[in-house]
Ligand binder design. Structure first.
Ligand code: GLA
Length: 412
């Protein structure tokens, strides 16, 4: 039988279509981080600063309960993150095993409990062979661990960098990102590489946040011999990083020490306000079950949190440095500004200055901006929820040592 040219052409098209479909189906879905999970800086609680290795399932459940009952959940906190020491070994199939003495019901049951409270569960691992506390790390087990986390219902992974000698940071973090993506459960990916290889310069497509420094400790101005840093030391290291941070990819100056013993109330106050100006992730690091009214007020101050959560997501600029006195400026989406006036020193400072500020912000090259606060801005004190006049007159205030005045300026 003779085949007509038309039938021949149809056969040719069908063959091509089939080939095309096969190619498409066989192409691996290229890995990426899960987008849209951290359009504003993540907020939650992490066990490390207050409890170190003393974690267990009862404690974690109680933190979830306290997050809900203290008003923190209503203020926007959602992640309960178990840091180091929840894991004990690997089973014969290589799966990571939670310490059965500390977590007898297992991580899945804990995730279910946390989800039932309308909160999310975070967990911790390390890109090297061991975690910093010597528990099994994920090196060589990335895909298997990511599958375990996904099957347990984990929502957030903090991924540390101890015992990673000889490894390339970017490649190691990319590998875990790919493993998480392959496991198909959206998980916020928090890199904890301490800023050693400038993760801000390569981390944007890999993670939602990256630590910029060594560990924070609960002191205002200090540096320990093992490298932990006080609030002021960490603040100074953020100044040059502001252009790297934005919606979906945040600089992380480490978890909060608000409410921990080494900071007094004024310092806790200033630390929280500064982290909000920096668009930092807000991970409380205190015991949520025993908070004073004052500490709850700091952690749940919605007007202050709104500065942190502002959708523009722009980290504050150090506008002026007069030694102990600093002025920080954070542009906000609706054209408002947040201003922080910081007294780093011990003595009270009398501030009497215009807040009609103008600065040419060249950090955002090539789209540099001029920020101009002239004329009619209303000044609002965000700690005390009070309006304090307008920018037409000098702004006068006394600032205690180690305090931060936090203002929102709105065009009248
Ligand atoms: C490192 C991290 C800390 C904490 C500990 C846990 O030091 O930077 O935030 O996770 O490890 O061992």
């Amino acid at each position: 039988m003779k085949t007509s040219p038309l039938t021949l052409r149809n056969k040719f098209c069908m063959k091509n279509l089939l080939f095309f479909l096969l190619v498409i189906l066989q192409l691996p879905i290229s890995a990426q981080k899960f987008e849209g999970l951290a359009q504003t800086p993540p907020m939650g609680w992490n066990s490390w600063n207050q409890f170190g290795c003393r974690v267990n399932e009862q404690l974690i459940k109680e933190m979830a309960d306290a997050m809900a009952s203290s008003g923190m959940k209503d203020a926007g906190y959602e992640y309960i993150v178990i840091d180091d020491c929840w894991q004990i070994n690997r089973n014969e199939s290589g799966e990571i095993v939670a310490d059965p003495k500390l977590f007898p019901s297992g991580i899945k049951a804990l995730a279910d409990y946390i989800h039932s409270k309308g909160l999310k569960l975070g967990i911790y691992s390390d890109g090297g062979v061991s975690t910093c506390a010597g528990r099994p790390g994920s090196r060589g087990y990335e895909f298997q661990d990511a599958r375990s986390y996904a099957s347990w219902g984990v929502d957030y992974l903090k991924y540390d960098w101890c015992y990673s000698e000889g490894q390339n940071a970017e490649a190691s973090y990319r590998l875990m990102r790919d493993a998480l993506f392959k496991a198909e459960r959206p998980i916020v990916f928090s890199m904890c590489e301490w800023g050693s290889t400038q993760p801000w310069s390569w981390g944007k497509d890999i993670a939602h946040l990256w630590r910029t420094t060594g560990d924070i400790s609960d002191c205002w101005n200090c540096e320990s011999n093992w490298g932990s840093l006080g609030v002021m030391q960490i603040l100074d290291l953020q100044v040059k990083l502001r252009t790297y941070s934005g919606p979906g990819h945040w600089n992380d100056p480490d978890m909060l020490e608000v409410g921990n013993d080494g900071l007094n109330l004024t310092e806790s106050h200033a630390h929280f306000g500064l982290w909000c100006l920096l668009s930092a992730p807000l991970m409380a690091g205190n015991d949520l079950r025993n908070m004073s009214k004052d500490i709850i007020e700091i952690l749940t101050n919605k007007e202050v949190i709104a500065i942190n959560n502002d959708p523009l997501g722009r980290q504050a600029l150090k506008y002026m440095d007069y030694g102990d006195l600093e002025i920080w400026l954070k542009p906000l989406k609706n054209g408002d500004f947040a201003i922080g006036i910081l007294n780093r020193g011990d003595e009270k400072i009398k501030f009497d200055q215009t807040l009609q500020l103008t600065t040419y912000d060249t950090d955002f090259k090539p789209d540099s901006y001029t920020y101009r606060i002239d004329g009619n801005f209303e000044i609002r004190d965000l700690w005390n929820h009070k309006n304090l006049g307008s920018t037409k007159e000098n702004f006068k205030i006394e600032i205690e040592g180690h305090d931060l005045i936090l203002l929102r300026l709105s065009r009248l």
